[in-house]
Design a protein around this ligand. Structure first.
Ligand SMILES: [Zn+2]
Length: 251
């Protein structure tokens, strides 16, 4: 996994700029039949009913990683299901997201300086249509966060699909999806590149097998399961064995 915010170029000031620009881009796609400002007002009315008078849609889109967790907890606690259903049933947020994705998605990946998928740290996502966006909090259950900056994780299509299957498996069992770690979680115990490393162990002097090293945080096990990282990294077995064999032979 790549801890996105551990990139020294992504300073607080740079991230604030990206988040502000993101909000401006999102606003362009909030289109009313007659008046766009009225369309945004209507969204804000819905938001306030759920999150209270002090929260606007802008706050939801711009919320930093910690604030987003807080808002998500509030969202989960909404007991008046009709309020939640009203938003859930709306295709509105999904539609705004689709427009945003087409127009601005690739630019965001570039600005975040990501060339490789944040989840698997393996597949390239730069250039062309290489990147998908995983909604860390599923879009289907959390429409309201469909455009929240820190809910949008640039990933490769393989990881995005893997999460879809993972989700279905859990939904099938009617269980809550276990939490995995977000590449935006900047807790130094969490989203670091070191937390999940790729190594190999010897079987014989000329044979070895790669494996994934997990350090410290047991939550990482859900990332490994959701994105099938063990299986995907084991493809490199032949290559590692070959390199190891050569090293043994020529040293
Ligand atoms: Zn990936």
């Amino acid at each position: 996994m790549i801890g996105i915010l551990q990139n020294k170029n992504l300073t607080d000031a740079k991230m604030k700029k990206l988040v502000d620009e993101h909000w401006e881009n999102v606003k362009k796609h909030i289109v009313g039949k007659k008046n766009n400002a009225v369309a945004l007002d209507n969204i804000n009315k819905e938001v306030k009913k759920i999150f209270g008078a002090s929260v606007s849609f802008e706050n939801i889109v711009k919320a930093d990683y910690i604030e987003l967790q807080r808002l998500k907890n509030m969202w989960d606690l909404v007991t008046n299901n009709s309020k939640r259903k009203k938003i859930k049933g709306k295709a509105l947020y999904g539609k705004i997201y689709d427009k945003w994705r087409t127009k601005h998605g690739n630019q965001l990946v570039k600005e975040l300086e990501l060339t490789v998928c944040a989840y698997c740290n393996r597949n390239y996502i730069n250039g062309g249509s290489g990147a998908d966006f995983d909604h860390f909090f599923e879009k289907s259950d959390n429409q309201i966060f469909a455009l929240s900056f820190y809910n949008l994780i640039p990933v490769c299509p393989v990881c995005n699909r893997a999460k879809e299957y993972y989700k279905r498996r859990y939904n099938g069992k009617n269980k809550q999806l276990p939490t995995h770690i977000s590449p935006y979680d900047n807790d130094k115990e969490k989203a670091t590149d070191e937390l999940l490393t790729f190594s190999y162990r010897y079987i014989t002097a000329t044979d070895c097998e790669p494996y994934i090293k997990r350090i410290h945080n047991p939550d990482m096990k859900n990332n490994v399961e959701a994105f099938k990282l063990e299986e995907r990294y084991s493809i490199h077995t032949d290559l590692v064995s070959e390199l190891h064999y050569r090293a043994m032979k020529y040293n």
